[in-house]
Design a protein around this ligand. Sequence first.
Ligand code: SAH
Length: 241
Amino acid sequence: MRRYRLRVPAAEAEPALVRMLDLFPGGVEEERDGDDVVLAGYADEAPADGLESDEVEPGWEDRWRAYHRPVTVGRIWVGPPWSPQPAGGAWPLPIVIDPGRAFGTGGHGSTRAALELLQRLEPCPALDLGCGSGVLAIAAARLGFGPLACFDRDPLAVGATAENAERNGVALDVSLADVLVDPLPSAPLWIANLELGLLRSLLERPDLPPRILVSGLLDPETVGGGERVVAGGWAAEIVER
Ligand code: SAH
């Protein structure tokens, strides 16, 4: 495991943070150093060129946690277990996510865009395809969607989603599956935060539901959907059939 650093002048911290969160969806550290800001993330291999890196000291897992910060999207507040929850009122729907080593603190632009679109839909039964930490399905449950079934091809994600569902007291049916080829149960809505190539394959399935909330498009990519939200350079769309 190495710690990858990007140093930028403080005035450029915002776009740099967006870029770093895309490279390190699990979380990015942010430290002020004089007129600069140093952004850092952890990975086994360099996710991009041009980042300085150091071998990490023991205890890095606890260190990066200090930087995994809560986000609010509309009526949904998403925070880590070690962050104090908002005190009622403004954020009626707190959800607590420990992504572990699965994707999805809630902070990634593609997740935020999906959370925003989700809040514009009427609650109904749904599938979360590529659930990662389970953040989208858990938010959906809080918003009244259900029953909800979650699928991921990564066993770490299946475990993280099951744990996060329990932590939030929501009922999710979580399974290991390749959502491009494996059989899926029937539901009127699919939620899929994947990348363009995977979304295109998914949209070729013969058993598509009437409505699909797709995310993970790098703006201005599109799958030709209707209503669209962009966050941090990532886009989500509603595909109606
Ligand atoms: N829904 C979460 C995670 C999105 S990351 C969020 O919005 O934050 C995309 C997830 O899709 C990853 O967990 C990855 O393991 C999973 N994934 C990618 N391709 C897949 C496939 N073919 N079948 C199932 N899961 C897949």
